[in-house]
Design a protein around this ligand. Sequence first.
Ligand SMILES: Nc1ncnc2c1ncn2[C@@H]1O[C@H](COP(=O)(O)OP(=O)(O)OP(=O)(O)O)[C@@H](O)[C@H]1O
Ligand SMILES: [Mg+2]
Length: 433
Amino acid sequence: MSGPGEVARRLAAEEPAVRRALTLLGELLTGAATAPSTASGFLEASLGRPHTSLVVERVDLTHTQAVSVGAAVADLVAAHGAELGPVADGEAPTWARIDLDGEHVSVPTSAAAHFPAGTAAGADVVVQLVQHDYEPEPASLRVVARPADHAAAREVCDAVLATARTEKAFFRGRVLHASSRLPLQLEPTRLATAGRDDLVLPAEVWAEVDANVAAMTTRAPVMRDLGLGTNRGILLAGPPGVGKSALSRVVARELAGAFTVVIVDAAAASTVLRQVYRETADLGPAVVVLEDVDLYLGDRKAGARGTALADFLAVLDGTEAYTDVLTIASTNDPAALDAAATRSARFDAVIHLRAPEPAACARILDRYLGALAGDVDTTAVAAALPEGVTGADLREVVRRAVLEHGRELTTARVRAVVAAGRWRPAPLAGQYL
Ligand SMILES: Nc1ncnc2c1ncn2[C@@H]1O[C@H](COP(=O)(O)OP(=O)(O)OP(=O)(O)O)[C@@H](O)[C@H]1O
Ligand SMILES: [Mg+2]
């Protein structure tokens, strides 16, 4: 009762690795009654050759490319009823659900699919989608074929990439937020509906912004013909709360649709800046909003460290050339930036935003008071404001006044709120040790 079969059965019950080895042996001996559980086994079963004798056409993919390519492959699989297999040993083909701002798409992220001759191409091919952990690009598309069929592999690869760039270009024209995790993920997001009328800025600021945006829009063809390049960089400089971020979002909102907008906060920029610009290559004309660059583009003379400055110099008019990218960066302190970061061609214009004049303060108050503006003499309130009050401060004044008095606002009440000064965070004082 303890023949070799019995020993094998007992071993198999005790030891998963032994069990797997026995399964594989069984597959080999019986001609694979069950589907292969290894990537090489699937290739060999599909293409009838040892996997090391096959050829692979490989393209590395960014995050957004991987999603679009996954969707293109999913369509091919559905169209031809292709058989799926693993690309990681012992792991089932895996699909990921991608959130596109409310809509979802489910795309294969780690899978192989066999297309027999006469389906995707004239010859047998296996299309693989592979995820990488330790490579610069997060994924790759690989099309595997017998060496004589290399041309078919290339043809399928081109067709998948073409569909990904057209029908499946889910990210193009959207507003995306760069996450600081590596590898970079671009998540679709929404901008507030604020427009130019919501932001009170001097006419020269808008004129300067428009002149620079024109390089990307109406003047793009002539700039391109003259070889002047269509990349543009605007640096918005000014104290906290004067509307730098709000301005970049208004511009981004106006250009979204025709442009893909990528918003990169300081935490993300210090890790994923190069990847962000690499993504723009496939997203059509793009607006990249870089928030608070002083936090990571410090002055080398002042001892700034890290790769963020080097990455920034490389992507903006440096060794890595990108086209059709409008960069809108903001900083509290342009003097703290490295000279190389602010030289022209990296930033074509530095636009200074200052605390608003009294007349502008009154208009900003009107804007935040909305329907209640008629009850308050905002010019009189503005005359009583201290120096250097910003748009963000004025918004807080109105919020405080409404919290205290609801809809019963009067000029005297708003002035009292201003005089109390609680809308401005109190400077820290005293000993905290
Ligand atoms: N000129 C303005 N007109 C109307 N609202 C303004 C103006 N400036 C600022 N605000 C209001 O203040 C809020 C904060 O401004 P914003 O975030 O753009 O400041 P910032 O200059 O980017 O500051 P920081 O340097 O701290 O990032 C805005 O969302 C807007 O509501
Ligand atoms: Mg800001």
